[in-house]
Design a protein around this ligand. Structure first.
Ligand code: ZN
Length: 497
């Protein structure tokens, strides 16, 4: 079974490299054939994986390892491969290849529409994407009392359903809103000056690559390139492809994006290389993935200890260009809370509001309660409601994210669930590792990475989100650590405690 499963993953890993290439290197003229290549590979891997031969191999492997403890790596591999197989065999080959072709073309159409800030150019592609995803949900099925969105989200976060997400999001929104209201009337406003300080992009690039290496990204097993929308892809733990982006006015944007993607990249690099192509060598799910990226981006990258160290490094990359900024300016710059239009530029205080809006919208589109044609208007209405903003155009509105064009529906809530897990994991790491943050101030990040390797990365797909959270922290996933983290940092910064 393992050999056959690895064969399928070989095909998928080829597609992953082609997908990365499409976003970073491929000339525009390549779109048509690239869509055909990706669709062909999707069909091949689907055929190989859903064969009756694979079914027989799974059955044989299952009885072979029945006597092993439930958490034994071989048993976990069989359990997860069987789960994937049960789902994949429900999907017709034609739908799988059409979805792959559509997503490659729709991503291109999205990029063009976004540039022109014109939703009407993307609308037919999104309509087709929603239509095919509803078909997909029908094929996969969902639990009684659930809804089609549940079938789609299961691919990104096994077992996640819309009702559970709603139960987490509703009280979280109220608590975040309370915090944002307090900050609005605060006596101190952190300085935004460092965010508006122009620095040469070539220098920024050298600096963020240095920071990436220092926190633990292994460049001998990964790359960092540029793309419009930063992401982390690649084919396996020894070939991780991250991207970031640069803006002249804000090194914090490039640094934040890079540290975020590094969190993803270091998770991939921390997976068991002897199990490439098998579930024990794969990430647990997207929420756990996101916990790693958010932890390095926020708990580390926006902290005072991190900036205590980073400040001493600036002259080597920027000469005297940052001389006028003290430590407090850097910490302030990294932690200004200001509602904005763009999710990937959002601060820690408002970020989750962006996610909640998208969840509400995609859930409604898949349910059939929201027509794609009405998306821009409803999107803009929710931005007014959640963040008090009037969205000026589609580019800064419903065209900003790549996800729906990729066919990724059911994905967004993993960002917030991952953010909750990041805060919970970090609290535990701090207890387990005395002096952890004093180490950051000296540029020593290795203890944290080692702790994550042992407690998270090494488990592959052994545990689901909540199981992993309980295993590592002894508690179910909760919003309390995130609120403690935000209030503990932001209230003093805003002169409120
Ligand atoms: Zn991420």
């Amino acid at each position: 079974m393992a050999a056959k499963a690895r064969e399928v993953k070989l095909i998928e890993s080829c597609a992953a490299v082609l997908g990365w290439d499409q976003e970073t290197m491929m000339p525009e003229g390549g779109v048509e054939l690239r869509s055909a290549q990706l669709s062909h590979l999707a069909r091949l891997s689907h055929q190989a994986f859903t064969s009756t031969e694979m079914g027989d191999l799974i059955a044989a492997a299952k009885s072979e390892c029945a006597a092993l403890p439930e958490e034994h790596p071989d048993r976990v591999d069989v359990r997860e491969i069987e789960r994937d197989w049960n789902k994949a065999t429900k999907l017709p080959e034609a739908l799988v290849s059409e979805l792959a072709e559509l997503s490659s073309k729709a991503m291109h159409a999205w990029a063009v529409a976004r540039k022109a800030s014109d939703f009407s150019q993307f609308k037919p592609w999104l309509e087709r994407t929603v239509q095919l995803n509803r078909q997909k949900a029908e094929c996969l099925g969902w639990e009684k009392g659930g809804e089609p969105w549940d079938a789609l989200s299961d691919h990104y976060e096994p077992g996640l359903n819309a009702a559970d997400v709603q139960r987490v999001f509703e009280p979280l929104r109220t608590r975040l809103q309370g915090l944002l209201d307090r900050l609005k009337g605060a006596p101190r406003k952190p300085s935004n000056a460092f965010n508006e300080h122009a620095l040469a992009i070539a220098d920024q690039e050298r600096f963020v690559r240095f920071a990436a290496k220092r926190i633990g990204f292994d460049f001998s097993r990964g790359r960092l390139d540029r793309s419009t929308h930063p992401f982390c892809g690649g084919s396996h733990c020894n070939d991780v492809r991250m991207t970031t982006r640069y803006m002249e006015t804000c090194v914090l944007d490039a640094l934040g994006s890079t540290m975020h993607e590094c969190g993803h990249g270091m998770y991939e690099q921390g997976l068991d290389a002897t199990r490439i192509g098998l579930p024990m060598g794969e990430a647990a799910g997207l929420s756990v993935h996101e916990s790693q990226s958010r932890l390095w981006e926020n708990q580390v990258g926006r902290s005072r200890p991190f900036w205590t160290w980073a400040q001493t490094q600036l002259p080597a990359f920027f000469g005297d260009a940052c001389d006028g900024f003290g430590l407090q300016d850097l910490v302030d710059g990294a932690n200004v809370v200001e509602p904005g239009f763009i999710r990937v530029e959002a601060d820690e205080g408002t970020y989750n509001m962006h996610v909640m809006i998208r969840f509400q919208l995609e859930r409604a589109m898949i349910k059939g309660d929201l027509k794609v044609a009405d998306l821009p208007g409803v999107w803009n209405g929710l931005y007014k409601d959640y963040l008090g903003l009037t969205v000026p155009d589609d580019r800064r509105g419903c065209l900003q994210d790549v996800h729906w064009s990729m066919g990724a529906i059911g994905y967004f809530p993993t960002y917030t669930l991952g953010t909750l897990l990041a805060a919970q994991l970090f609290e535990k790491a701090r207890t387990d590792l005395p002096g952890l943050e004093e180490g950051f101030a000296r540029g020593d990040f290795a203890p944290l990475l080692t702790w994550l390797r042992t407690n998270v990365h090494a488990h592959g797909r052994r545990y689901r989100l909540d199981g992993l959270c309980r295993k590592v922290t002894g508690q179910p996933l909760s919003a309390d650590p995130l609120m403690r983290h935000l209030e503990g940092k932001l209230l003093p910064l805003y002169g409120l405690s």
